[in-house]
Ligand binder design. Structure first.
Ligand code: AMP
Length: 392
């Protein structure tokens, strides 16, 4: 079976065409700056990489080019070979606790949930509509970022605010990165050959979240009503006291929207370091003695450790701590700092094992009370696996 996994953003469209018989990525790539000057696309697989400047007026034109290139490059001989398309959809509200085949009703719901994810769901809808036009007879599946977290209990997902806000307007914790956390939990279960595990999954990328997983189910997660909550991130603040918002509005004469924008785009690593949202730049400046960068790294480590410690207690102990995504997979220094900060829980790093990156590997020593692993996450594969399951 050949499955196309899609992640559509407002001006980008990422895809992977995966042969599910051997999990080989036949072609992957990204269409960037859709509808903006300077649009281009990159297509690659294990044999080649093409980057092309091309006018992309909208998502429809990106998908049209993709369909043409796929056959032109002889990745497949006919578009009918694509058995299904899986779309990443950010918000499924509390209606979707699993992936679903996209029907008109599902599409309507995804549009309706734009209220809850105004930056993401409308972009996901653009991707769905473009593929529906290009391949009208190919089944499509929606894989929700929020779905994995739907197993949280009410006491874990409600905020201590007037309950009417929840009852009338769905104000609650939803959690995100669910596809990644679900993949990580599955991989660890496979590696350990056990289902009843207590896992703390740390997806540490430009956006980041930590999730507590018991017996394969999410019991708590650090992101909240939106992806702004939880740990410190590349340019997002993570948890802050909400009273800061009206205070800063008054002091700087900003609107609520402008302050939220600052919290989303000018905070986190970028806000503290005043250098970059990219941890690589921050670490480089830290090595050159920049104190704000060193502070940013310490604050990041602390914010992750706080959630791990909380979830350790919530889970009644922990069998595996997993590190994934850009920072989690690639940065041994930050992983080491996190593991060292968890000494009170009996975590002991294996320094040598931790020095290799981008590899699925155990990085804690044999004496560590909790195993620590690097698990390269694969959201595309997870989307494709769910798609196969539903269209079979
Ligand atoms: P992601 O959101 O998972 O694609 O992660 C992207 C982020 O990972 C980048 O913005 C960087 O901050 C971080 N990253 C990637 N490689 C490294 C590295 N070698 N060291 C530190 N951070 C990294």
């Amino acid at each position: 079976m050949k499955i196309m996994a899609i992640n559509a953003g407002s001006s980008s469209l990422k895809f992977s065409l995966i042969d599910m018989d051997n999990k080989e990525v036949l072609l992957s790539g990204v269409f960037e700056r859709i509808g903006i000057e300077g649009s281009n696309y990159t297509l690659k697989n294990k044999d080649f990489k093409i980057r092309q400047e091309e006018e992309l007026t909208d998502h429809y034109s990106a998908v049209k080019i993709l369909m043409e290139k796929i056959t032109e490059l002889k990745i497949i001989t006919s578009l009918e070979e694509i058995d299904g398309i899986g779309h990443r959809v950010v918000h499924g509200s509390d209606v979707y606790s699993k992936s679903v085949v996209i029907t008109d009703k599902v599409l309507e719901d995804i549009i309706k949930f734009s209220d809850l994810a105004p930056l993401h769901n409308p972009a996901n809808v653009l991707g769905i509509k473009a593929f529906k036009e290009a391949l009208p007879n190919t089944p499509m599946v929606a894989v929700f970022d929020t779905a994995f977290h739907q197993t949280m209990e009410k006491k874990d997902y409600l905020y201590p605010v007037p309950i009417k806000w929840y009852e009338e307007y769905n104000v609650r914790k939803y959690g995100f990165h669910g596809t990644s956390h679900c993949y990580i939990a599955k991989r660890i279960s496979e590696i350990k050959e056990k289902d009843n595990l207590r896992i703390i999954s740390c997806h540490l990328g430009n956006g980041g979240s930590v999730t507590a997983i018991k017996d394969g189910k999410c019991i708590d997660t650090s992101m909240g009503f939106t992806p702004l909550a939880g740990i410190m991130m590349g340019s997002r603040s993570g948890d802050i006291d909400p009273s800061i918002i009206p205070y800063v509005m008054e002091k700087y004469g900003k609107s609520a929207g402008e302050v939220i924008d600052d919290l989303n785009k000018k905070s986190g690593f970028l806000g503290i370091s005043e250098i970059s949202n990219d941890t690589r730049d921050v670490l480089e400046a830290m090595a050159d003695g920049n104190e704000k960068c060193s502070l940013a790294v310490d604050m990041f480590v602390k914010s992750v450790v706080k959630y791990i410690a909380q979830y350790y207690v919530e889970l009644g102990g922990c069998d595996v701590i997993a590190f994934a995504a850009g920072i989690g997979e690639n940065n041994n220094l930050i992983r080491l700092k996190i593991m060292e900060s968890l000494a009170a829980l009996g975590v002991i790093a294996d320094i040598e094992a931790n020095n290799t990156n981008r590899e699925e590997k155990k990085i804690s020593s044999k004496d560590s009370k909790i195993e620590c692993w690097v698990i390269p996450t694969d959201e595309e594969l997870m989307i494709a696996m769910d798609t196969v399951e539903l269209i079979k």
